[in-house]
Design a protein. Structure first.
Length: 220
């Protein structure tokens, strides 16, 4: 059995090696431990090993476990990486430090209202459907300029782009596309790369990688 500290060290070493090959600094890449479906007992060992960025898919699940976990450790940064319903915007803004799945004008409006009400704004990423997949969330590449303009008009600050490449194909072209889109629109952050491809993502400009299995082990 490999413990949480060893898994975390292994992933961090892989990120550092990929960053070095790309002439980047490993410290510029945030490792998000994807803790969705994992209970507090599985999360605590990673916190004890020094991990501070965690990702959840659902507002309700995060609300059930993270308020207590946050009282046990300082410096936790919580990322919403799953789809967000507009009617959950208030809860999401209250609970999360970053939201990676802004993908439509109605959500932009809901988040703008929620942020104004809360007096704060999480770090925001627009999710882009880089593979043009009907079943996947994210705005179409062609719709990205209009969505960014809508966010700007609503006084929402978008800091980066997020993408999930199509499964079972080489991810590098999709990571390169997201990097190019972020560069074109002057956005500094790129949320891309998961357990199977985060090394490639780091090589191609990722600033945030979302890793679950490699940190928590394979689900039974």
């Amino acid at each position: 059995m490999v413990d949480a500290a060893d898994r975390l060290a292994g992933v961090a070493a892989t990120i550092a090696q990929a960053a070095k090959r790309a002439h980047r600094h490993a410290g510029d890449i945030d490792l998000i431990a994807v803790s969705k479906t994992h209970g507090a007992d599985a999360i605590r060992p990673l916190i004890a090993a020094g991990q501070r960025h965690f990702g959840e898919n659902r507002v309700q699940e995060a609300a059930a476990k993270w308020p207590d976990l946050r009282t046990e450790a300082d410096g936790i940064t919580l990322h919403l990486i799953g789809q967000l319903q507009s009617n959950k915007a208030d809860e999401a803004v209250a609970l999360f430090d970053a939201i990676h799945s802004v993908d439509r004008p109605s959500l932009v409006q809901a988040l703008a209202k929620a942020c104004e009400k809360a007096g704060k704004q999480p770090l925001l990423f627009v999710q882009v459907n880089v593979g043009d997949e009907e079943q996947k969330g994210g705005c179409a590449v062609a719709d990205l300029p209009a969505l960014l303009a809508a966010a700007d008009a609503a006084h929402l600050k978008i800091e980066g782009l997020m993408a999930i490449p199509p499964a079972d194909v080489e991810p590098a072209p999709y990571f390169a596309l997201l990097d190019e889109l972020a560069e074109r629109h002057g956005l500094p952050l790129r949320s891309m790369g998961m357990s199977g491809d985060y090394e490639t993502a780091v090589m191609l400009g990722a600033t945030h990688v979302r890793v679950g299995t490699a940190l928590f082990g394979t689900r039974s």
